[in-house]
Design a protein. Sequence first.
Lengths: 361, 361
Amino acid sequence: MGKQKLTIRDIAKMARVSHMTVSRALNDDPRVREETRKRILELVNKLDYRPDARARIFSSKKSHLIGLVVSSISNPFYAELARGIEDKAHEQEYNVIFCSTENKSERTETYVHLMMDAGVDGFIFASSRLHEPVVEKLIDEHFPLVLVNRKLRGETCNYVVLNNVQGAYEITEHLINLGFEKIAIITGTSNLSTGIDRLKGYQLALRDYRMEFNENYVIQGPFTRETGYEGTKQLLTMKKRPEAIFGGNDYIAMGVIDAVEELGLHIPEDIALVGFDDNEFASNQRIRLTTVSQRKYEMGNMSVQILIDHIERKETDYTHRVILEPRLIIRESCGEKLWEKRKNKQPPGSEIEAFGSLDRM
Amino acid sequence: MGKQKLTIRDIAKMARVSHMTVSRALNDDPRVREETRKRILELVNKLDYRPDARARIFSSKKSHLIGLVVSSISNPFYAELARGIEDKAHEQEYNVIFCSTENKSERTETYVHLMMDAGVDGFIFASSRLHEPVVEKLIDEHFPLVLVNRKLRGETCNYVVLNNVQGAYEITEHLINLGFEKIAIITGTSNLSTGIDRLKGYQLALRDYRMEFNENYVIQGPFTRETGYEGTKQLLTMKKRPEAIFGGNDYIAMGVIDAVEELGLHIPEDIALVGFDDNEFASNQRIRLTTVSQRKYEMGNMSVQILIDHIERKETDYTHRVILEPRLIIRESCGEKLWEKRKNKQPPGSEIEAFGSLDRM
DNA sequence: CTGAAAGCGCTTACAG
DNA sequence: CTGAAAGCGCTTACAG
């Protein structure tokens, strides 16, 4: 172990070729005679030589490193997204550096700089407010990046996003079809595009079905379990208590369950509940949460692919947008099996272009 | 944006100093006159110069990159651990590259190589079988690394681990004290130290309380929800059905719940359940799982600290071991509130050294 | 406190 | 198919 680290020149000397030939053999460059390559690779194997990664990165100007910025790695949504990103990246021999901003705005800037110092070739932001100066600066400089499940106001850049408006619309419609009339929503804050879009979908559904929109039934806060918990406590003490709650994500829905159970009430008998995300716990037989599935793993895959294409082709103003369709997952948290299904109503003035609003933002 | 990338020499020229002085100013080297430093930094700011990260890494031989290998990032246990690691690492200006082996053994080797190619300064393995050749090789080469919540047979290296034997012992004891006599365990496979240790704690508790050990009550498999589900189906069809099930982690416990509910039975009325990990969903008011808390975030923090100490001090055979104490979290999945508490039995021949077995492995 | 030299270990680009 | 040259943009180590 005390031996000096081998370099490409040592191998070259022993193989009686120039170090360039060794470099080519190592990089699968076809311009090396088969026999020479074999001799070199045998030597490399025998001596267990591994090229110095840092020198390689420095010379080639490519780190094969992707920076991933999420808002909370302990949120299963991001964990699953990260898995999709990581799998696809490794498939193409890229590594993923990650950081979790924990919704603290100062962190984004610090982390972006830290990652730049690590020499990342590009970024994936799965956590970004509507206005985020560091990110906007990167976009201006045409630094390769893709936004996942977030939109930045007015910026044109790569993004992969779920049609949140539609997902929220469909799940609200599901509640309406089940006969609920007093439907509340507890969702994320208004500086996140997902929060805005889900609220918009909810409102569009109410409007299309000519239902009253009650401002007191809208509660906003961070996308956390606490928001769901506190929001529910608030909603359930109202004189005109809602019959159903739409949790803006499954975390919020989890908090709703906490509050409802604590009050000695039951889902779905006393109050119906729907979520958004389809986290693992939503399918638990004790929970059976009706929710909207986001294809997180695929979103991760796609965003990496777009990013790598951008990095390797070096296109400077490549704007790729992928909008995934949501999928409604019907379980029993709205009492779907308790009550006889009413026949599906059609929205009086159904306008399918409502979903196009994503592009109008 | 088309402008040539600035180098340290450009700044030097403009500041009328050598590029070395610029380098020093940038690295907070005290050997620069205050006035000179100020002039340089102003220029750097004005021109928005950022040193080339890759050149820096190459010259300094340090990437400030830590490789994290977990078995499944979508498992909240690892996600939370990762958060602890990432926070601590960023605090010290290190970045974390991660990968998730998804319990596929070939992946570990591939990923270790990929990460070496990224130039990592050290590794944290939170996923490692008892016998893992690549990892053993790194240990032999004294490459900085720490093992989290895993032990490798016979290897001396840094590790941070929970006293799994004790945690399993205590939770089994809890069930015994509640009066259960037929206690089954569904836990992880025997090539993982956590699986072995939890089974051992269970056995020690039964032994100390002079209870019968029934091999049919032991089910092993991967640490997944499916294992819990299938295992429970199997246990509940036995003629001598267990009264309580110890799920080796909360994921397994989640699968137990799935199966029990599906069969129309109830927890805790028909069968008691305990888990291990204290994942977020365990505390949900609808679940209320009695479990063992692992201080995942702290484990992450500590492992990074040990690793960075190792990297920066360059000690070659630094063996640091941290054994964290588990904490029993009593909720209601064993019917703690349903039945009057029986007075705590004492194990007939209580031997506290039983916990020492961790070191004897 | 400042600088001139040397070099880290590769790759890119050019020549043969 | 192979090689000699040059250089990537910093830092380390030595000199003053």
